[in-house]
Design a protein around this ligand. Structure first.
Ligand code: SF4
Length: 60
């Protein structure tokens, strides 16, 4: 099972991860990214690579 670690100190809620995720795993709530649909994650790492603040870590 994959784990998506979001560093809330780094996350500024700009929503890049929401935009790049092909299967809507993430959402921005109250200015921070949250995982809403972990089961759908394809482990493509688009969110991890493209986050401008380097706030996401995908752990397999
Ligand atoms: S690794 Fe890919 S599928 Fe999983 S949350 Fe990130 S962008 Fe979405």
């Amino acid at each position: 099972m994959v784990e998506i670690k979001i560093d809330l100190e780094k996350c500024d809620g700009d929503g890049t991860c929401v935009d790049v995720c092909p299967v809507e795993v993430l959402e921005v709530k109250d200015g921070k990214a949250v995982v809403i649909n972990l089961d759908e994650c394809l482990v493509c790492r688009a969110c991890e690579v493209q986050c401008p603040n380097n706030a996401i870590e995908i752990i397999e």
